[in-house]
Design a protein around this ligand. Sequence first.
Ligand SMILES: Nc1ncnc2c1ncn2[C@@H]1O[C@H](COP(=O)(O)OP(=O)(O)O)[C@@H](O)[C@H]1O
Ligand SMILES: Cc1cn([C@H]2C[C@H](O)[C@@H](COP(=O)(O)OP(=O)(O)O)O2)c(=O)[nH]c1=O
Length: 210
Amino acid sequence: MQPGKFITLEGIDGAGKSTHLVWLENYLMSKGITTVTTREPGGTPLGEQLRALLLDQRQTMHAETEVLLMFAARREHLDKVILPTLDKGEWVISDRFTDASFAYQGGGRGVALRKLEELERWVQGSFQPDLTLYFDVSVELGKQRVQSIKAADRFEQEQSAFFQRVRKAYLQRVRQFPERIRLIDAGRPLAEVTASLEAIMSEILSERTQ
Ligand SMILES: Nc1ncnc2c1ncn2[C@@H]1O[C@H](COP(=O)(O)OP(=O)(O)O)[C@@H](O)[C@H]1O
Ligand SMILES: Cc1cn([C@H]2C[C@H](O)[C@@H](COP(=O)(O)OP(=O)(O)O)O2)c(=O)[nH]c1=O
């Protein structure tokens, strides 16, 4: 049995992750690959409760409390969903994972990198996604896209300067992990973004069959 692959989707709010997660699920299904799609924070009953607290705009918390809750939800997610699914040979696609903690809590809130790395090691050991798709979009465009759909959550209500720092931190991660993270210019029309994603996935699948 080939081991399953773990794919994560990242980007600032409004980059198009949720849209492409659905596309990716259908694409992999058409190639005969069984996938489980999930999200962070969340993905388990406890994780979804933590998500509700983390996104509730009436809730205030210290930046490090926020980090600890993100990693607590992640620990549960790895144990109950991600690792067991990969062990069965199925693929996992997650709307966000640890890169989001480095971008939002590290870049956005200014939590020390060293603390994030320590938690990452504690919760994941050396485990990392096989592939991370980073959808890069300007802060202005991301904001325009989410504004049109629903009320802002605790992160979405942040100012543009916060999202500029988050984007900068994501771009830093792309430079730091070029083998794992693929950047997709998500500011283009949907069909073009999807075509870039399809090109990457077809490359990944051809590597798998070689
Ligand atoms: N490339 C694109 N061009 C135009 N609209 C897009 C594009 N990608 C996504 N959208 C739209 O922008 C909104 C936010 O996209 P979504 O996938 O929910 O983003 P995210 O999950 O990254 O926050 C949705 O209404 C979606 O249809
Ligand atoms: C996984 C994760 C998410 N987040 C934030 C980013 C998002 O604003 C928020 C929820 O993510 P998301 O699922 O993208 O929200 P939506 O349902 O609005 O598309 O959580 C962090 O700050 N750190 C993390 O580690």
